[in-house]
Design a protein around this ligand. Structure first.
Ligand code: RIB
Length: 341
């Protein structure tokens, strides 16, 4: 059996450098079409097969980015993952998606797995604000970029200003005349939830409303089931003390509250105005189109992946950046009756 051809054999057959062969394999868009064709012809004639294991041993890393998110059941994260995938594809890389399920234990398991698999680098929405495991991996040469989470100056991160997002949501409800507003979300140990609550309270303070104007209704999670349960709780309150509006920490919670209001024949926004966060596709498609604070989900993912690729491929020139996008309020029927057709 003839020994399998090497990259050197391909380069020699095509009359190009090893770097050109590597670019054809990993970044074909960087190679002139005629040269690219010559290399591909040599690969075919020599029946060359890339030896990924040998490449990993030589470079110390695979060509697969590890992406660890809190909840793959939340379209926010799958939309973000699509942005990561687009950037990875442009660079000739792949993506492995890991779901921590808001569990620090599972998050550590995936961090160890990605290290063992020599991941190209890691993008993560951490379960808690501080994870020693992440810093330990970075100290051992694994590049890690935080997504949907801010970071200190010495690390790259991509996030949205969730304090401003919370302020936009509640200022809108106050402008609609609401003075009894519930903030629905939790656990507040999740930084994004805590920041949105800070923004909500800041909006009430700026409008001269008392602290009691924002009633915190904690939830065990950020999903539809928790939203439905909260909707049941609110519907059971006496109308004279019941909140007239809710700002939910994300759209899944808001859609759960909306579903429960509809099931109980309570009018949205008449009996209860609802605002969510993320502006996932289901928000606009809801039975009562949902007002939401839009996060640029695919852009968050794409930007995070670009920062990671730059940090890995150009360590000598890379500058850590903490990219913060501005949120945008998208007003729909669930908070503004004037929009109801
Ligand atoms: O990452 C925590 C939350 O922030 C997620 O639920 C997602 O919806 C984003 O808004």
């Amino acid at each position: 059996m003839t020994e399998s051809a090497s990259v050197i054999d391909v380069a020699r057959r095509a009359g190009v450098s090893l770097g050109t062969v590597s670019n054809v394999l990993n970044r074909p868009e960087r190679v002139a079409p005629a040269t690219r064709e010559r290399v591909r012809q040599a690969i075919e004639e020599l029946e060359f097969v890339r030896n990924e294991a040998a490449r990993q041993l030589r470079t110390g890393r695979s060509r697969t980015i590890g992406l660890i998110v809190l909840d793959v059941g939340n379209p926010f994260f799958t939309d973000l993952a699509a942005g990561v995938e687009n950037a990875a594809e442009e660079a000739g890389l792949s993506v492995i998606l890991c779901n921590s399920g808001n569990s620090a234990t599972r998050e550590d398991h995936y961090l160890s797995l990605l290290q063992e698999q020599r991941a190209y680098g890691i993008l993560i929405t951490p379960v808690t604000g501080k994870n020693d495991r992440i810093q330990e991996l970075r100290a051992r040469g694994m590049q890690v970029v935080l997504v949907d989470r801010g970071s200190a100056k010495r690390q790259c991160s991509v996030s949205v200003d969730d304090v401003v997002g919370g302020e936009l949501a509640v200022a809108h409800l106050i402008a609609q005349g609401h003075e009894r507003i519930a903030f629905v979300g939790g656990p507040v140990s999740i930084n994004q939830v805590a920041d949105r609550l800070v923004g909500a309270r800041r909006a009430a303070r700026s409008a001269g409303l008392p602290k009691t104007a924002i009633r915190l209704i904690r939830t065990p999670g950020l999903n539809v089931a928790a939203g439905r349960k909260t909707g049941e709780q609110i519907a059971g309150m006496p109308p004279r003390t019941r909140p007239t509006a809710v700002f939910c920490a994300n759209d899944l919670l808001a859609l759960g509250v909306l579903q429960e209001m509809t099931r109980r024949n309570l009018d949205v926004p008449g009996d209860l105005a609802i605002v969510g966060y993320d502006d996932i596709d289901f928000a606009a498609a809801a039975a009562v189109p949902l007002t939401s604070v839009r996060q640029p989900r695919a852009q968050l993912g794409h930007t995070a992946a670009e920062l990671l690729i730059d940090e890995v491929s150009s360590p000598e020139t890379h500058q850590h950046r903490q990219v913060v996008f501005e949120p945008e309020l998208v007003v729909r029927e669930s908070s503004d009756a004037k929009l109801s057709t």
